[in-house]
Design a protein around this ligand. Structure first.
Ligand code: CP
Length: 335
């Protein structure tokens, strides 16, 4: 595996193989599988789970890792192309990335969306500008529009909780959050559930429609896998017979890059906080998923997070197991 950049690059069989490997590594640890291998981790955006789970994954497989982030005692990193570097930053990403990559056998990169221009972010301009600098195998640890490690872990979580693929109803719901957040997780989640063959409903208020190219790509994946995609702002209709609700906040696509207009739109939507009445007409055992971090009492009620519907903790642990499988395949642990 040369890159783990988009779950859509992998067939259903390949994804199932990765999940089977994750399960195997959980049940039968291989503490020497990646002995002597090094993973470079570049975090240009914040993290808890991704940061910790990649380091834990490498350690459990017998390899090592190191982390570089702007908050560390490093020279300031500049990323703008063609800039005259007469300000505070003393190092450009064009040197930093190949140097960091040269110390490892693979590199993970996290760089959130700029959130100024939707077309720019959809084209993954920043992420591509970094990966084109290296020949090292790389892992997308969340880019402007993708989070494949989260999606692989989420697919495994759906399997672990026996949530049906075909005929399973998956609701991807927008939720209130005080800030305009990136589209990476909803974009990746939409495609993951479609790829798995589920009947996916995107539940979102007006102004928060997911971009048309994402919906079309997911619809094609759902079609191929025997699932479907619908979009609505009707909560009751969306939740009818749902097996799972995956809550996430994201930026207004109508006002992308316009912070004040986004703010004005979302401040009317405080009731988009997932709570027990949302589940009135869902399956009795309808599950609650979220990639974390999650704001309690804002995105979701405490009683849901602390109750039997929530699978957020095993979902987060699956990040480590899913990434162990990716690293095992990428770095030759299977040989
Ligand atoms: N879900 C996720 O990627 O969490 P972090 O941002 O904490 O890594």
């Amino acid at each position: 595996m040369k890159a783990f950049n988009d779950l859509a690059d992998f067939s259903t069989d390949e994804i199932r193989e990765l999940i089977a490997l994750a399960d195997r590594l959980d049940a039968h640890p291989e503490p020497d599988a990646l002995k002597g291998k090094v993973l470079s981790l570049l975090f240009l955006s914040p993290s808890l789970r991704t940061l910790a789970s990649f380091q834990a994954a490498m350690t459990r497989l017998g390899g090592g890792s190191f982390v570089i982030s702007p908050e560390m005692s490093i020279h300031g990193i500049e990323s703008r192309p063609g800039i005259v570097m007469d300000g505070a930053a003393a190092e450009h990403i064009r040197e930093a990335i190949p140097v960091i990559a040269s110390y490892g056998d693979a590199i993970g990169i996290r760089a959130f969306a700029e959130r100024k221009n939707l077309e720019h972010d959809m084209a993954e301009v920043e992420f591509h500008s970094m990966t084109e600098l290296i020949d090292t195998p790389y892992i997308n640890m969340e880019s402007a529009m993708n989070h494949p490690c989260q999606s692989l872990a989420d697919w495994k979580t759906l399997d672990d909780f026996a949530i049906p693929a075909n005929d399973g109803k998956f609701v991807l719901s927008w939720a209130y959050h005080p800030m305009a957040l990136p589209l990476a997780v909803p974009a990746a989640t939409l495609h993951m559930a479609a790829h798995r063959g589920m009947d996916v409903t995107v539940l979102r208020p007006e102004g928060f429609e997911l971009p048309d190219p994402l919906m079309k790509k997911a619809a094609a994946a759902a079609d191929a896998a025997g699932g479907s995609i619908t979009e609505t702002d009707d909560r009751t209709a969306a939740m009818q017979d749902a097996h799972v609700i995956y809550a996430k906040s994201w930026s207004s696509t109508r006002h992308y890059g316009d912070r004040l207009a986004d703010q004005k739109l979302r401040e009317e939507l405080l009731d988009w906080c997932v709570d027990e009445p949302w589940f009135d007409n869902a399956k009795d055992d309808c599950r609650f998923m979220h990639c974390l971090p999650v704001r309690r009492g804002v995105v979701v009620a405490d009683s849901i997070l602390d109750g039997p519907r929530s699978v957020v903790i095993p979902e987060a642990r699956n990040r480590m197991l899913a990434q162990m499988a990716v690293l095992h395949q990428m770095l030759g642990g299977s040989r």
